[in-house]
Write a protein of this length. Structure first.
Ligand SMILES: [Zn+2]
Length: 340
């Protein structure tokens, strides 16, 4: 080892010195290179052997240095691996969880003795942890439900924020947690201007419609937030495209819905019923009729409800058939309308 320590730096650039293993002068130290004293190869082939912590000459194997620090990380991370990343930095704080998540968590694995698993469980019983776990569980559920019907990321995030608010304000007491999640998704859809009907949310979450409705009303009043309204117009876009209706029919349906919303006998009806009846009327008017049965399937409204609402619209058809509906170039003809 003493020989290795004699390995010295030399300034090859200056050439004035006969001994390449000695510093020529302190000023020349900037140009130093490490060189093997045996091979004296001007292009030294020095190998870092991290396993033994040595600098070696790659040509003759002479040990040139016996203390090197390995600056590389001692793990490899693969994108697919979850929960097994030994990086000590961790994720960024999640604003949807409480605190900054800088607390210590006892690991579960310790080579099979089972002690750390018990410690982990004991630690998990503390209330702070349980609260967080409930939140994480609810977030998972919200994500899974929204993914099931391909809702956009924004809705998922809004729903999670609403759920967090419910938890923070302690509004969830004596309430069915599934109903709260359903109501949060319903509210989130509205806030993102992509409303779903109660029926759709119920079909998705398997929560009773009454339960969702009641929880939604409660949350809406308590969260005191601009939650938007489900207007017929928002629904028409979706229903029309699901029924493969053309733009002209969609345009006329929206005109009908606007007028119908202000009509007595109609304004009290649900936006879904109004939208469905208007689609029924407009599709017949433009000679591209859709049956009440098909609209009922898409919109989730009873056939009878569509027909009853249509009956009222038909009685007041002179109010609906404004010049903008029967304008030139439109296929809309009053004769196409069927009597209810
Ligand atoms: Zn050598």
């Amino acid at each position: 080892m003493s020989k290795a320590r004699t390995a010295a730096a030399s300034n090859t650039a200056s050439g004035s010195s006969k001994d390449p293993f000695r510093f020529n002068s302190p000023e020349d130290q900037w140009g130093v290179v490490l060189m093997c004293p045996d091979c004296r190869n001007p292009v030294p082939n020095i190998v870092e052997d991290f396993a033994s912590g040595d600098y070696l000459c790659g040509d003759c194997g002479l040990v040139l240095g016996d203390r090197i620090i390995d600056t590389r990380s001692e793990w490899r991370t693969f994108a697919n691996d979850e929960g097994d990343d030994p990086s000590r930095v961790g994720n960024a704080a999640n604003p949807l969880l409480d605190g900054d998540q800088l607390d210590t968590v006892i690991s579960r694995g310790d080579g099979g003795s089972g002690v750390s698993r018990d410690l982990n469980r004991t630690q998990g019983r503390t209330t702070a942890q349980r609260h967080e776990r409930n939140l994480v569980q609810a977030y998972k559920e919200i994500s899974a439900l929204c993914d099931a019907c391909a809702m956009p990321r924004t809705i998922v995030d809004i729903a999670k924020q609403l759920y967090k608010k419910v938890e923070d304000d302690n509004l969830q007491r004596n309430k069915n947690n599934d109903a709260i999640i359903a109501a949060c998704i319903f509210l989130a859809c509205r806030q993102d201007n992509a409303p779903r009907t109660f029926k759709e949310i119920c079909a998705l979450t398997k929560v009773d419609k009454k339960d969702v409705g009641r929880t939604f009303k409660f949350l809406k009043s308590r969260l005191k937030e601009e939650s938007g309204t489900t207007s017929s117009n928002d629904l028409i876009d979706r229903f029309c495209s699901n029924l493969s209706l053309d733009q002209e029919t969609k345009r006329i349906t929206k005109i009908f819905a606007d007028i119908a919303n202000d009509m007595e006998n109609v304004s009290g009806k649900s936006p879904v019923s109004i939208a469905s009846a208007c689609i029924y009327m407009a599709s017949h008017l433009t000679g591209n009729p859709r049956e009440a049965k098909d609209i009922s399937r898409i919109a989730g409204v009873g056939e009878a409800t569509i027909k009853t609402t249509y009956k009222i619209l038909y009685q007041h058809r002179e109010r609906l058939l404004v010049p903008d509906v029967l304008r030139k170039g439109s296929p809309a003809k009053e004769a196409n309308l069927v009597s209810p």
